[in-house]
Design a protein around this ligand. Structure first.
Ligand code: SUG
Length: 440
C-alpha cells in the first residue's frame, strides 16, 4: 500500500471573510485583500516539491464559487449575474459564504479508511458534512460527487453519503482522524478525535464551538466496517479548542508508528497514549511540553499542522509551515528533533501564507489516501501529479487567477464568469466530467 496525498487546489475566489469562529488566523485576517493566484501557486509548489522527492501526489479540484444554486435556495431570483449583484448589496456575508474557496482544505473533505482496515476490503470514504459552518457545509455535495467520480470502481471503493446534516453528527473529516500502522503490519489502528458528545455526557469548550461529535465518529467506524478492537476514540481537550485548536490536526499529527502532538491535545492523554502503546507495535510518541511550546504558540505557528511522511528507511520527513522558522521556540524544537534520536530525520518548510492566513497549513491542504497498486490502477482520472500536470496546472493558474481579491470584488459578476471558465477547463484537464452544477 502507498499513501497518496490528495491536495486541494485553492480556487479562484480565495478570500478572507472571517467566516470561521474559533479559527484565530481566519478571524484575524478577516477582510484582508487576498491573492488567489499566489494561494494556488503556493499550494502547487508544495505538491511539486513532494512529488519530485518521489512522494505520491494527486490533486482535488476547487469547487464552483460563487455557488449561485445555494443563493437561489436562500430566495434570490433572476439571472446569475443579477443575483450576485443583489446579494453583494443586500447580504454581503451570504455572498462571502457562497464564494469561499474553503474546499482547498482537503483534510476536511472526507474520512478515509484503507482496504486493509475494512471488513469488505474496500477503501471507504465518508465525505464530511461540515455542518459547523454554512460556508463549509456547501462543500459536501460536490466533494461526494468528485470522490465518486475519481473512486468510481464500486468493487474497490465505497464512497458513502455524508452523515445526516444535524448538529448531533457534525463531522469535519480526516482533520480529526489518524491512521497508525507498524511498518510490517497490514491492518492499521484508526484513531478518531471528537470535540464534544451530543448524546452522552462529556466536557465541552466554553468559548469556541467543538465541530466534531463523538456520534459522528462512531457512525463512521460502523460504516467503514472497522474492527472495534483496532479503533480508538479520544476526546480533544476542550481547553485546546478554546485556545484556537478547532481541529485535532492543529495540535497532533500521526503516521506509521509515530504520533507528534502537544501534551495538552487530548482529555486523559496518558490513557490515550497507553492505549496506542498497546495497539500499535513499536509506537513512538513525540510529546511536546508547555515549556517547549505553549498551546497558543502551537496555534500561532501551526507546528503540528505539518505532514508527517514515512520514508523507506523507517525515518520520517516533516513538512512544516514556514511560520515555524520565524518562531524561535518552534525552530529550536525542530532542530532538536532532527539532531536527536527522534524518528523525524528531516524537516522542510513551505510558504503557504495565503492559506495559513485562513487557518490552513500543510496538513489541512491534503487528504491522505492509502491505496494498493491495483486500487491505484483502477483510477482513470488524470489527478496524479507529475511534472507535466504540474506545468499544465501552473499555466492554468497564471491564465485564469486574479492576483488581488478584496471583499468587495466578490460582487463582481465577471468573477463568476472567470471562475466557471477556469473550472470548466480544469475538469477537462483532470478528466472529471460534469462535476460542477454549472456544467449540468
Ligand atoms: O474550516 N478556514 C477553514 C480552515 C480549515 C483548516 N483545516 C484543517 N485544520 N484541517 C476552517 O476554519 C476560513 C474562511 C474565511 O474566513 O474566509 C475557513 O473556513
Amino acid at each position: 500500500m502507498v499513501e497518496i496525498n490528495f491536495d486541494g487546489i485553492p480556487g479562484p475566489t480565495h478570500n478572507y471573510a472571517g467566516l470561521a469562529r474559533g479559527n484565530l488566523a481566519a478571524e484575524k485576517h478577516a477582510r484582508m485583500v487576498a491573492n488567489p493566484r499566489a494561494a494556488a501557486l503556493q499550494g502547487l509548489a508544495k505538491m511539486r516539491a513532494l512529488a519530485a522527492r518521489g512522494i505520491p501526489q494527486a490533486v482535488l479540484p476547487p469547487h464552483e464559487r460563487p455557488l449561485v444554486p445555494a443563493l437561489r435556495e436562500l430566495g434570490f431570483e433572476g439571472s446569475d449575474a443579477a443575483i450576485v449583484t443583489r446579494v453583494a448589496r443586500e447580504a454581503p456575508q451570504l455572498l462571502a459564504a457562497c464564494s469561499s474557496a474553503a474546499a482547498m482544505w482537503a483534510a476536511n473533505a472526507a474520512t478515509v479508511s484503507p482496504s486493509a482496515d475494512t471488513t469488505d476490503r474496500r477503501v471507504h470514504f465518508t465525505p464530511a458534512n461540515l455542518i459547523a459552518n454554512f460556508h463549509r457545509s456547501l462543500e459536501a455535495e460536490t466533494t461526494t460527487r468528485v470522490l465518486r467520480t475519481i473512486f468510481v470502481d464500486k468493487e474497490r471503493f465505497a464512497v458513502h453519503s455524508p452523515l445526516p446534516a444535524a448538529t448531533q453528527f457534525g463531522d469535519e473529516g480526516a482533520a480529526n482522524h489518524t491512521r497508525f500502522a507498524a511498518p510490517a503490519e497490514g491492518s492499521g489502528v484508526e484513531m478518531f478525535v471528537y470535540g464534544r458528545s451530543a448524546l452522552s455526557a462529556a466536557s465541552a469548550p466554553q468559548r469556541f464551538p467543538a465541530r466534531q461529535t463523538r456520534e459522528a465518529s462512531e457512525a463512521i467506524v460502523r460504516r467503514h466496517e472497522l474492527d472495534p478492537a483496532r479503533v480508538i476514540l479520544a476526546q480533544q481537550s476542550p481547553a485546546a479548542i478554546d485556545a484556537g485548536v478547532f481541529h485535532n490536526d492543529v495540535i497532533a499529527v500521526g503516521s506509521g508508528n509515530v504520533l507528534f502532538c502537544h501534551a495538552h491535545a487530548f482529555v486523559g492523554q496518558p490513557i490515550v497514549l497507553e492505549k496506542l502503546e498497546r495497539m500499535v507495535s513499536g509506537f513512538m510518541p513525540i510529546v511536546v511540553t508547555d515549556a517547549e511550546l505553549s498551546v497558543s504558540d502551537a496555534v500561532a505557528t501551526y507546528l503540528f499542522n505539518s505532514q508527517l511522511i514515512a520514508r523507506a528507511n523507517g525515518t520520517f520527513l516533516l513538512v512544516a509551515p514556514a511560520e515555524c522558522n520565524e518562531h524561535t521556540g518552534a525552530r529550536a524544537l525542530l532542530d532538536r528533533l532532527v539532531s536527536g534520536s527522534s524518528p523525524i530525520a528531516e524537516v522542510i518548510t513551505f510558504n503557504l501564507r495565503q492559506s495559513m492566513q485562513n487557518g490552513g497549513g500543510p496538513a489541512c491542504l491534503r487528504l491522505r489516501v492509502a491505496l494498493t497498486p491495483a486500487e491505484r490502477a483502477a483510477i482513470r482520472a488524470n489527478v496524479f501529479l507529475d511534472a507535466a500536470l504540474a506545468d499544465e496546472l501552473e499555466a492554468w493558474i497564471r491564465r485564469h487567477y486574479r492576483d488581488r481579491l478584496a471583499p468587495d470584488d466578490l460582487g463582481d459578476p465577471a468573477l463568476l464568469e472567470e471562475s466557471r471558465r477556469a473550472l470548466d477547463e480544469l475538469s477537462t484537464m483532470l478528466r472529471l466530467p460534469a462535476i460542477y452544477p454549472f456544467q449540468r
